[in-house]
Design a protein around this ligand. Sequence first.
Ligand code: TLP
Length: 343
Amino acid sequence: MIDLRSDTVTKPSDAMRDAAHDAEVGDDVYGDDPSVNELERRAADLVGMEAALFVPSGTMGNQVAIRTHTERGQELVVDNEAHVVKWELGGVADLSGVQARMVDCGPRAVPTAEQVRAAYVEESLHRPGTGLLCLENTHNSRGGVAVGVDAIEEACEAAHDLGVPVHLDGARLFNAAVALDVAPEALTGPADTVNFCLSKGLGAPVGSLLAGPAPFVDRARRVRKLFGGGMRQAGVVAAPGLLALENVDRLADDHANARVLAEGLDAIAGISVQEPDTNIVMISAEEAGVSASDLTAAAADHGVAFNPTGAYTARLCTHLDVSRADVTKAVDRIAAAVESLRL
Ligand code: TLP
């Protein structure tokens, strides 16, 4: 099976497994795990922040950030397709008691300054006040869009002018940086905090980092504990995470594979493709009159796995465990699957 469901499906390399075996460990809740401490330091440096916190998942990183930034009842301004509101089980309401004021950012993927100002709610006797702006880069549900520095700066500046902090869901931050050929700090600098994942394109088995100013990270550490994310000898997962940081540059290979995949799929009659910025390819089979569930089921029968995202749309991800040859094979198999549905 060629597994294009997500870049989360990568298996740890032998070097990562060895690193886990050999890791120096301690009790991280006491701050005693040298591997975790090193990872947090390296991660903070990498995104130009003062400190970082190792968390088990991107979801926890985002939800800890939102809880740390906000007070119950406040509003969170966010794109209506953002992961934090679409794919995190209503965590913003459940875990932080905030309500989302959703903005349709369209293909731009982040709000304009005008949209930020329009969504802002001033605290009053009748209104809760806006507590946070959340951005996402790359933007997953909008097709792995790499949002440029100018758009990030514009949104952050508008929020800051209103006294609203900004959290960046950078689960795939390095995909954005590589695609745009900018330093990660250029994308994170305008925001107050950022979460990035080790367990996606970078290939680690587990883990994300929430980075920001040291006092924020201190408070986030307590929230992580509250959410059950205080890990003990977490060096066994931090050590492979340190190796994952070496996989940043190779994300360009995934992006090149995504372009080949997109071109191949676009050539199949009835399939239309959104040109990929990074490692995510969004397709529609509407013209072929084929539903996404039929398409993904037929493709699985032909040996390619990917996920439906709507009635006719589906998402395919390239990653560390998918070669150029796999991508070419995947195109042939999907073409055969579409053909089988036309018969
Ligand atoms: N996204 C997963 C699914 O949940 C959709 C995927 O396969 O892409 N932010 C963004 C932008 C993400 O894409 C994801 C994972 C997360 C946060 C959450 O990360 P995890 O899965 O580590 O909780």
